[in-house]
Every structure is written in structure tokens, then in C-alpha cells.
Design a protein around this ligand. Structure first.
Ligand code: TXA
Ligand code: MG
Length: 319
């Protein structure tokens, strides 16, 4: 794109990013899951720019990223269950949806008018440094145009945006490569997984016991739309062979020689980390369909298959 934002690094890069954020501008921020398009969560104009830059069809709630538990406790009300999860999984790829705090600085637009808020403390050292230097919450959806693949490298972000983003802070390739797991911890309700993600259900249930699922129709946010996270090519799941104009995305040791492979060893963590990068690499001109070999539902397989099902879902015209 013309005038792609510069990639910045190190302390100078973080200082530049903080200055831009304070001025209500947008920056690309690395996290351990995917790159975020960050704005000052307390500044509705800045948050509005995030929706505009992404081309989000509506004002869906954004996650407020925090650098410390103290900041989280200003933004939201964490009950005993939420605190237990935060203590075990923060910093890390867990987002907790909780009631807003009386002192919350995250503006109404960031919360899409809800009385609840999604809070997450990223583990990535650059994100951590940036959040602590900024001092307040940052709204940061994944730094991609609405409906497209999430970015796992700084260059993925610079390719998608122009001058509306001031700079992208480089943090190298994202380790987890798939978004955070979202758990709701709301009063008078059981804990629920709203979006499967980089922390598996098993890991969470080991700490907190059985978790419910999202109630159908409860929140309509992009990550919960049937068609989302999609490459330009069509996607076909559970493929055992490929047809003309298809490319194969393999998984495990049975993948044919020479084909892209999410994980030759069949390792779910490696597969999650490779997912968006390989979909992006295979999504080239002339490829009609990416055929993906079956992936078991175990561990991070739940999140991987969730993203694949959305990418494979029928698409609205003009999306
Ligand atoms: O890993 C991640 O979570 C990445 C990185 C950048 O941190 N962020 C991310 O943000 O995936 P985004 O905006 O693409 O997805 C945020 C999701 C929305 O789809 C929405 O469903 C959910 O968070 N969410 C946020 N606030 C919520 C709330 N109050 N109630 C229910 N869901 C909420
Ligand atoms: Mg997203």
C-alpha cells in the first residue's frame, strides 16, 4: 500500500509509539498471539479510528490491554474466579470479560456501549514495555482489515495499512500465532469460553474446573461471525486429497512430501503458531481453494478448527 507505516524498534521505537498513542494516533503492537492495532482506550476519537482503519462493519467491543493487575482492577471488577485465572495465566493469552469498574477509563465506544469489558495482559516483552510506558489501557483488535487473516509479523501489518497507522513496533514473529482465549467471568453466571484461543480448555479447566460455552446469539462480534479470519481463496477442511486449483495445507507426519505442513510432528502449539502464516503464504493468485488436512479437536485443535471453520464458511457477497 502507498505510504505504508514505518516499522520501529527498541526503546526509541517504544518512545515514538507512546507519543503517537498520547496524540490519539494508531500504532501496530506486537503481542504473543497476533499483532494488535492499538489506540488509547480512553480516547473515543482514537478508538473510532481503529474501527475505521479496520473497516469493521459495526462497533464491536475491543479488548483493553493492560500492563499490570492494578490497571486491570481500575478497568474492571474481577471476582475471585477471575483473579484466580489472572494470577495463573497473566501475563499471557487470556482475555477476561468482566463487569466494568466504576473507575474504568476505557471509553464507551471501546466497549461498544456494554457494561462489561474484555481485559488482557499480554506476555510479549515489547507489549509489556509499551503498556507500562503508556500507563493506561490500550484498545487493540488484531491489526488486519475486518474479516481478513490476523497478522503474525510486523510486515503483515505494514502491508495492510497506510498513513492511518503511525508506526508498527516490531516484536518479531508472534509465538502463539492465534488469538487469546476469551473467558467471561460475570456475576450470577458460570465461567464461559466465548472464543477458544491460545490457552486450551484443558489448561483452564485444570485451574478452575468445568467451563461453559458462549450462549448462542449472546454477543455478535466479528470473531463470532460465521465467516471470519478468511484468506481470499476458499477453504476446505478435512481434505484427504486435492483437486485442480487447490493447494494442500497438511498436518502431521502423513502430509505428502513438499506440501505446506502446520506441524510435521502433529504438535498443536506449533500448528497454531504456523496457522495464519501458512494460510497467507498459500493464499496466492490462481489458487482457488486451500484444502486443509484433518486436525484433531484436542488442546489448541479446538481454536485452530474454530478459525478454519469460519474461514471455510460461506461468505457474504461484497465482504
Ligand atoms: O489475542 C488477542 O486477543 C488479540 C491481540 C491483539 O491481543 N486481540 C484480538 O482482538 O483478537 P479482536 O478485537 O480481534 O477480538 C476481540 C474479541 C471480539 O470479537 C469480542 O467478541 C470480544 O473480544 N470481546 C471484547 N469485549 C467483550 C465483551 N465486553 N463481551 C464479550 N466479548 C467481548
Ligand atoms: Mg480479529
Amino acid at each position: 500500500m502507498a505510504n505504508a507505516p514505518p516499522i520501529v524498534r527498541g526503546d526509541a521505537g517504544i518512545a515514538e509509539a507512546v507519543e503517537a498513542l498520547r496524540a490519539g494516533k494508531l500504532i501496530g503492537m506486537p503481542t504473543e498471539t497476533v499483532y494488535g492495532l492499538a489506540a488509547d482506550a480512553s480516547n473515543p476519537n482514537a478508538v473510532a479510528r481503529v474501527f475505521a482503519a479496520k473497516g469493521r462493519p459495526s462497533f464491536n467491543p475491543l479488548i483493553s490491554h493492560v500492563g499490570s493487575l492494578d490497571t486491570a482492577l481500575v478497568e474492571g471488577q474481577l471476582d475471585e474466579r477471575a483473579v484466580r485465572l489472572a494470577e495463573r495465566f497473566w501475563p499471557g493469552p487470556l482475555t477476561l470479560v468482566v463487569p466494568i469498574g466504576e473507575t474504568t477509563r476505557s471509553c464507551e465506544l471501546a466497549r461498544a456501549g456494554l457494561e462489561t469489558i474484555g481485559l488482557r495482559m499480554p506476555r510479549h516483552s515489547v507489549a509489556h514495555a509499551l503498556l507500562n510506558a503508556f500507563g493506561g489501557p490500550l484498545s487493540a483488535p488484531s491489526a488486519n482489515l475486518s474479516g481478513q487473516l490476523s497478522p503474525t509479523r510486523a510486515e503483515d501489518v505494514t502491508r495492510a495499512f497506510g498513513e492511518e497507522v503511525t508506526a508498527v513496533v516490531d516484536g518479531g514473529p508472534c509465538r502463539a500465532g492465534i488469538e487469546s482465549t476469551i473467558v467471561s467471568a460475570l456475576p450470577d453466571d458460570e465461567l464461559r469460553i466465548l472464543r477458544p484461543g491460545a490457552i486450551s480448555r484443558e489448561q483452564l479447566e485444570l485451574i478452575i474446573g468445568p467451563l461453559g460455552d458462549a450462549q448462542p446469539g449472546a454477543v455478535s462480534a466479528p470473531g463470532q461471525l460465521p465467516s471470519h479470519y478468511a484468506p481470499n481463496a476458499r477453504l476446505r477442511m478435512d481434505a484427504s486429497d486435492i483437486a485442480e486449483n487447490e493447494v494442500l495445507l497438511g498436518f502431521g507426519p502423513d502430509t505428502p512430501e513438499g506440501a505446506a505442513n502446520l506441524s510435521a510432528a502433529g504438535d498443536m502449539i506449533e500448528a497454531a503458531a504456523n496457522l495464519y502464516r501458512l494460510l497467507r503464504a498459500l493464499d496466492t493468485e490462481g489458487v482457488e481453494t486451500i484444502a486443509v488436512m484433518p486436525i484433531p479437536e484436542t488442546g489448541l485443535g479446538e481454536a485452530i478448527n474454530d478459525r478454519l471453520r469460519r474461514a471455510a464458511a460461506p461468505r457474504e457477497i461484497g465482504r
